[in-house]
Design a protein around this ligand. Sequence first.
Ligand code: PLP
Length: 366
Amino acid sequence: MENIMTNRLDRGFFKYQKEFEDKALDVLRGGWYVLGKEVSAFEQEFADYVGAKYAVGLGNGLDALWIAFRVLGIGKGDEVIVQGNTYIASVMGITINGATPVFVEPDEYFNIDASKIEEKITDKTKAILVVHLYGQASNMTPVVELCKKYNLRLVEDCAQSHGAKHKGQTTGTFGDIGCFSFYPSKNLGAFGDGGAIVTNDKKIADDVKVFRNYGSEKRYYNRVVGTNSRLDEIQAGLLRVRLSHMQELEDEKREICNRYLKELNNPLIELPKIREGSTHIWHQFVIKCETRDDLIEYLNKKNISTIIHYPIPPHLSEAYQYLGVKEGSLPITEKYAKTVLSIPLYNGLTKEEQDYVIEALNAYKL
Ligand SMILES: *Cc1c(COP(=O)(O)O)cnc(C)c1O
């Protein structure tokens, strides 16, 4: 068997090749390349898809996060609660503004353990950042209640959860701002960088629109010191094509994962669990294994690639040593970093490849 990659993007492109190519040429020939009609149309379509009033296109997902906290006025001296086991960008979105991340352990679904949030709230806490990790919607009901009780802002990192729902409500719409990435490997991926925030608050949407373009409301009149984080026309156009096929793309991935859930039966491998009331859009299929590094080597020999999301939790990364959160202080987070493994999953993974992966995993022994 040819090497099976953990993720590959070419098959997703070829699936709709003609539509993507037509759209790209259309934009190129249109003569307008940044913040134009494709971006406006995408913003409207994406807001409708998520079920929010407004979407604002941005340069990438990290910008969506830090700009979210910036327009909410959260910075130096403020604390933001976030789960320990996340991609480092979630944490950078907080610290770029000078605010301090306060880490909470995850639950068995890899999302924030809502029952452990309250003990971390102090008089400096200004917001909770919920990350719907790997594509499964978090347990939002208790989080929303805590935000009301303590008057906290709620921001969602939906970089991995486009369209995932909790109790019928789409992630990104539970609080003040939902932050999205359209990095090529995400479930709604562009062909380069892209991101967006969604919100139901007109003032927030307007502030982000101004902020993304040098703080300028009207050309060359600058209200605030903003940044340059604009979505390209060509990316917005290609995202519109992909968005129009989201349901079938999501269904295809779910079908693969349902097979994995049904047919993987190795006692050495723990399968991901789905929370009652939440949907999972399967950004990643993440298993746990006590002998993970041995399993990686075994799969490598069989030409199956895997990735660890993520081998070093943010609090143990070199970049965040200054926070002084010591090893051992987040045992569940740290344990996940040592045992999780993402197995091959992408649109276009063939039946034969799925069979091969399932057989290999089931045949693994110590
Ligand atoms: C990808 C990702 C981001 C950052 O998005 P970029 O577009 O790469 O900046 C943030 N948070 C999470 C959870 C992500 O997976």
